[in-house]
Design a binder for this molecule. Sequence first.
Ligand SMILES: *Cc1c(COP(=O)(O)O)cnc(C)c1O
Length: 383
Amino acid sequence: MKQIPVARPTLGEEEAVAARRAILSGWVIQGPEVEAFEREFAALVGAPHAVACSSGTAALHLALKALDLGIGDEVITVSHSFIATANAVRYVGATPVFVDVEYSTGNMDPGLLAPAITPKTRAILAVHQLGMPCDLGRIIPLARDHGLWVVEDAACATGSEISLESGGWEIIGKPRGDLATFSFHPRKVLTTGDGGMVTGRDSEVMARMARLRTHAMSLSTAERHQTRGVVFEAYPEVGFNYRLSDIQGAVGREQLKRLPGLIEARRRLAARYLEALASHPYLDLPQEPSYGRSNWQSFWIILKENSPKDQVGLMEALQARGIQTRRGVMCAHREPAYKDFPLRHPLMVSEGLQDRSIILPLYPELAEEDLDRIVSSLWEIVK
Ligand SMILES: *Cc1c(COP(=O)(O)O)cnc(C)c1O
């Protein structure tokens, strides 16, 4: 029986050639390829600046650190996300304050933000979950009214689009808030193995992030390389080693060229799922909001309360047919690592989605007949 994986990166000869070019260039860590990758990524999303780093998690950490968030500060975010979102808040010593999400998008419910704001609130960390755009049109004005930073966790959202003031579609990452962070893990839409990016508008904040990713060193490696005299670097604050390699930068540049085709394929497949499952009596489906177009980094289904099959039962039955799935998005607040962060606000929708949603296979090379086999299995198993 043919096995269908839940995800699969699209990597080919072009990426292999690019990696070879970087390897043979004699410069393998954060150099010209990473610089070009940053420039090309910034141009794609329409951002004035982009800083590459070693992962989406590192990107979040750098972003929160560069905004000077720390001990005593509160950051409003969602528990319903990969644990990296909440963990990044804790890396800087700040306190994550969780609000619930909307059922049909899986994203932060903007109506719940105002009651979650306290005198200690400094920022909103809004996730575009699984590539589905969150409601920045409501989140950003509220944040501005209260003097809060907005950081977009766009780890999954490379190529997703949003329509705000302009009325037209624009790729996420300009950013609309203060900073946006991306991941290039193989489960995401573009991959460099591991890798991440932060985009932003404020050149000082961006320059600080660029220093923080290399131990906050006052001179970049390139600057030291270019100077003729003897110069010594300084370390004005505690930074990190969050560099991206030039091998990964070269791969990322090839991935960027593929993006339009990858998104087109994902959207075509998601539309096929949506149409074929629309009338299923026991399944609810994700819904794109009027202001957003997903890149469909993942496609999920939600088992209704009256479904005769539960989440584990359905996942096992699909596995038995060679179809790999994943549980829906986790909730950080239910993990032992979060036992010291008592909930201030109910998270019923988040918990319901964790317990009743399932991520189905979706990747650009998924064959339509395989997708149709998954769909017919869902009709046969859940009845
Ligand atoms: C994947 C992901 C991250 C972390 O990205 P890594 O590159 O794996 O470190 C952060 N936030 C969200 C929402 C993610 O999906």
